[in-house]
Design a binder for this molecule. Structure first.
Ligand SMILES: Nc1ncnc2c1ncn2[C@@H]1O[C@H](COP(=O)(O)OP(=O)(O)OP(=O)(O)O)[C@@H](O)[C@H]1O
Ligand SMILES: [Mg+2]
Length: 338
């Protein structure tokens, strides 16, 4: 009885040992048995250790995590695998950061940023938008959502709206609270937004606060935008400040991609007659004088103001206002890719 028991145990041991031996001599495992075969770049099993290399390009952090978990679980479920090592590689997304600034406040930077982002997204671009205005964030209103971003592994996950992704300091602090922030707090918060999980976004537009202060300097130094766009009204005062903004970007070696003239022509809703309450052509002339491209002009339109306040970006609709944003987005895209 005792001998028979020992014999059975020895036989069992031998069977396990020979099975292990068979696996050791089979270095390549069955790739088809794993999920996400299109992402697997290499898969081998040796000494019971499965090593999988998978391509996580274009996936968000949470998608990449579930790819890794799926592969590990499936690998460990294969006979003879006692350990699974999963390495993810990702082609670095080539993301273009574009700062949208102005010298003067209230010229329509945020409105223009939101609508350019929407227009670029409608052109098929993957777009992210950062509202960097600590003191008066407006993108949640302009994009019509008060959804809050989530966070994963200390990284913010942007909110989606109108075909783009966005983050605003307004989503992170209660209204009025940020007004007390000074330099380091404001710039630290902005860095968090830039370093968020923008996943496959190709273009990242940054709606800057007005002027040439800490936030602008910190963004330029830390994130090196590929280019800057300056928004101005046709008025002299706004143009003087626009020159200051162009000057700052020039000094910091950030190419100025162009100037946009906002609130230019006003078409009377009754008779259709065009007038120019703030003048017209001033920004184009200033751009020519500074040797900076002119990206186009946007009308002073009651609809732009009203729709924007209601969280319906005009660029998402149809009509002349939407066309004007689309035309500028096309020019901007050409300026970025050249
Ligand atoms: N082309 C336009 N036609 C009509 N109203 C406009 C136009 N552009 C912007 N506005 C309105 O002007 C106001 C200021 O616009 P916005 O907030 O975009 O400016 P800003 O430059 O971002 O301001 P701030 O300097 O405070 O950040 C808003 O009420 C907006 O709806
Ligand atoms: Mg603004």
């Amino acid at each position: 009885m005792f001998i028979a028991d020992n014999y059975r145990k020895a036989k069992a041991r031998k069977t396990v040992a020979s099975r292990k031996l068979a696996l050791i001599s089979r270095p390549v495992s069955d790739r088809a048995a794993l999920p996400h075969p299109e992402r697997i770049r290499s898969h081998r099993v040796a000494d019971g250790v499965a090593t999988i290399i998978a391509d996580a390009s274009g996936l968000s952090q949470s998608e990449a995590k579930s790819l890794e978990d799926d592969l590990r679980t499936a690998a460990l479920a294969q006979a003879g695998v006692t350990e699974a090592r999963v390495a993810l590689t990702a082609a670095q997304p080539s993301r273009t950061l574009i700062a949208i600034g102005s010298g003067k406040g209230g010229v329509g930077k945020s409105t223009v940023s939101a609508n350019l982002a929407v227009a670029l997204a409608r052109m098929g671009k993957k777009v992210g938008l950062i509202d960097a205005d600590v003191y008066g964030p407006s993108q949640p209103t302009l994009l019509g959502t008060d959804a809050k971003p989530t966070a994963e592994n200390d990284q913010l996950i942007p909110v989606s709206a109108h075909g783009l992704k966005f983050l605003s300091l307004g989503q992170l602090v209660s209204p009025g609270h940020a007004l007390a922030w000074r330099g380091p707090m404001a710039t630290g918060a902005l860095a968090k937004l830039v370093e968020a999980d923008w996943s496959d976004a190709e273009l990242l537009l940054v709606d800057l606060p007005p002027g040439t202060g800490d936030v602008q300097l910190s963004l330029i130094q830390k994130s090196r935008p590929a280019g800057a766009v300056i928004v101005s009204t046709p008025q002299d005062l706004s143009l003087i400040d626009a020159r200051r903004a162009v000057d700052l970007f020039n000094k910091m070696s950030v190419p100025v991609l162009g100037i946009i003239e906002n609130m230019a022509t006003y078409a009377c809703p009754h008779c259709g007659e065009a007038s120019h309450p703030f003048g017209t052509g001033g920004a184009e002339a200033a751009a020519a004088e500074m040797g900076v491209p002119f990206l186009g002009r946007l009308p002073l339109s009651i609809a732009i103001g009203e729709e924007s306040d209601a969280g319906r970006p005009p660029a998402a609709g149809a009509g002349p206002d939407s066309d004007a944003f689309a035309a500028i987005a096309t020019k901007l895209l050409a300026a970025v890719t050249h």
